[in-house]
Design a protein around this ligand. Structure first.
Ligand SMILES: Cc1cc2nc3c(=O)[nH]c(=O)nc-3n(C[C@H](O)[C@H](O)[C@H](O)COP(=O)(O)OP(=O)(O)OC[C@H]3O[C@@H](n4cnc5c(N)ncnc54)[C@H](O)[C@@H]3O)c2cc1C
Length: 553
């Protein structure tokens, strides 16, 4: 039976979207999207679909993306939140993959330095562990070279004493030192939203809470569009599109079934993460370490916003992908792994877990092989009716996956229209509000915000967090908060008010949980704030959705 962490907070599920201006605008938008045929319909608003929308829009294609729930509410908000450099591919000597993944990481950082940023990672080395100091030095050194890792991000080997200076709570038994290297961290849900906002800026139309429910065909049996069902109004609309792409993550087999393909191609694997207060697991650096009782497996412990998240696990999952469970045994597995590596007094226990999340890897079965044999790479298939179907892959590879899919769309469109379409140029794009034009680096930007917010109630405490969450939008939210505060000095929540206004008007939030989970991450990294703010956010959201707004959907 799934074990429920004793969360002090529950995100309100019973919020009713008011019959106001936002819904009126949405209905007007539905009329607009049915008026003429699209070049590309993308099903799924996780990172894969968002990337395709960005690539296609940047090549001048008319793109519509629909997401049945909230954007990034599937796997794309439940990962380890790392833009990997491809170190893992060294194990199988996949040198080309190491090089291309390293390159993607650098491109992601260039596209969004406030969203994808370097952070040190410490890999303790013990006698009998996965890596000896020599293999770690060779592997990471080779990796630094192949992946073209920036000089300041390169490997440093630490001796035992240096390792313990970095991580005083690490158990010293069998310790031989550590490898200190660089990983890139991100916020998966917000990266997805950044990509979607940028795609929208280039002309894509993206709509959440709108399910692609039934394919539509021409009389000759060619896929020609989709029936879409609105989860907010119950409306059904039919749209035409010259190409249709399924980027439905763990739901990809369900989409295939709607296209007459009954044999499942996916094998879902569940991975969970738990969050504990940093006071219980004090770390000055992220750690990637062996699970001593499970040879070959490793877990991450990553400090974030006064907490540390720990993950992940890897177990096959059967069932509906909408709400993967969090088995008690997997929580205990992670706690146990930390306790075996770190000397904590008292040891970490279930009572320290303040929140958790569970995500599903959509792994691809190998045809003709037992269902346990899966590939962790992405696969693009063209179904007999013309549906382009992509699944698998990693957060890190979103741009490369998008390029393959958009190339395929362009080829199909070229056959129909004779028009030539440009090639991929997403590596030249800077994601909206995630660049650093006026600051030397991200830390400098975050520190500046602290001074900026000094005169606002709760300003000094929230400013840095606001910068981490919203990147370059944070100054705009703070300016709006100052405006609200000068209008009403009794307003004790001007920042929260400005934030909710922003996410409703610019980030397609419809429900309090959209704000608490995927926009602010408070549900995971600050559950007490959810309890405190739930009622206020409901009210603010109700007001913001009722008023005329600048949003398009
Ligand atoms: C535990 C875990 C840790 C991971 N860690 C990392 C990591 O650190 N780094 C990394 O690079 N990768 C990582 N990954 C992999 C990465 O998270 C996934 O590859 C990626 O998020 C998949 O994105 P997606 O868009 O394909 O799927 P999803 O994010 O699941 O998006 C699919 C979307 O399609 C929507 N949808 C489904 N059916 C329909 C329909 N009919 N109409 C409209 N919408 C529909 C769903 O609601 C969903 O939002 C991790 C994965 C897991 C599970």
């Amino acid at each position: 039976m799934a074990w429920q962490v004793p969360l002090r907070t529950v995100v309100e599920k019973d919020f009713k979207v008011p019959e106001g201006e936002a819904l009126h605008q949405r209905r007007r938008l539905f009329q607009k999207i049915t008026a003429s045929a699209w070049d590309v319909l993308v099903i799924g608003g996780g990172i894969t679909g968002a990337g395709i929308a960005l690539d296609a829009a940047s090549r001048g294609l008319r793109v519509l993306l629909v997401e049945k729930a909230d954007f990034a509410s599937g796997t794309s908000s439940r990962s380890t939140k790392l833009i990997h450099g491809g170190l893992r591919y060294l194990k199988n000597l996949e040198l080309g993959l190491v090089r291309s993944t390293g390159r993607e990481r650098a491109i992601n950082h260039r596209m969004a330095p406030l969203r994808v940023y370097p952070a040190k990672m410490l890999l303790p080395l013990r006698k009998g562990g996965s890596l000896s100091p020599l293999t770690a030095r060779l592997a990471i050194g080779l990796y630094d070279f192949l992946a073209g890792v920036d000089r300041r991000d390169r490997l440093r080997m630490l001796n035992v004493q240096e390792t313990l200076e970095w991580l005083p709570r690490l158990r010293p038994e069998g310790l031989q030192g550590a490898a200190l290297y660089t990983e890139y961290q991100t916020d998966d849900a917000r990266l997805t939203l950044d990509i979607l906002r940028t795609a929208q800026g280039l002309g894509a139309v993206v709509i959440n809470y709108l399910e692609a429910s039934m394919p539509l065909y021409t009389s000759s049996g060619r896929l020609a569009g989709y029936r879409l069902s609105c989860a907010l109004t119950g409306a059904q609309v039919e749209i035409q599109s010259h190409t249709v792409v399924s980027a439905a993550g763990p739901w990809s087999d369900i989409v295939r079934q709607r296209h007459g393909q009954k044999t499942p191609l996916l094998r879902l694997s569940r991975g969970i993460h738990i969050v504990v207060p940093a006071s219980r697991l004090p770390l000055s650096v992220a750690v990637y370490m062996d699970v001593p009782t499970d040879p070959g497996r490793m877990i991450f412990c990553i400090p974030r916003r006064g907490h540390v998240y720990v993950g992940t696990t890897d177990h096959y999952f059967e069932g509906v992908p909408d709400a993967p469970d969090v088995p008690h045994a997997e929580i205990l597995y992670l706690l146990d792994a930390v306790n075996q590596q770190m000397s904590l007094n008292p040891p970490l226990g279930p009572e320290d877990v303040i929140s958790y999340w569970s995500g599903l890897r959509p792994l691809i079965r190998r045809p003709g092989r037992p269902s346990t044999e899966v590939s962790r790479k992405d696969e693009l298939k063209v179904l007999p009716d013309g549906l382009l179907w992509i699944a698998g892959g990693k957060l890190t590879g979103w741009r490369v996956m998008a390029r393959r899919v958009t190339d395929a769309c362009c080829q199909i469109l070229h056959r129909h229209t004779g028009k030539k379409y440009g090639s991929c140029r997403t590596d030249e794009i800077v994601l909206q509000d995630q660049s650093l034009p006026d600051y030397p680096d991200r830390d400098n930007f975050l520190a500046t915000l602290e001074g900026w917010a000094a005169q606002l109630p709760d300003g000094p405490r929230r400013a840095r967090e606001l910068g981490e969450i919203y990147g370059g939008v944070a100054p705009r939210i703070l300016n709006r908060a100052y405006e609200l505060f000068s209008e009403d000095r009794m307003n004790l929540n001007p920042i929260l008010t400005a934030e909710v206004e922003w996410v409703v008007q610019n980030e397609w939030a419809w429900f309090p949980e959209d704000y608490f989970e995927r926009r602010s991450g408070k549900r995971f990294f600050n559950p007490p704030a959810v309890a405190e703010e739930a009622e206020t956010v409901r009210k603010l959201m109700h007001d913001a959705l009722s008023r005329p707004v600048s949003r398009e959907n």
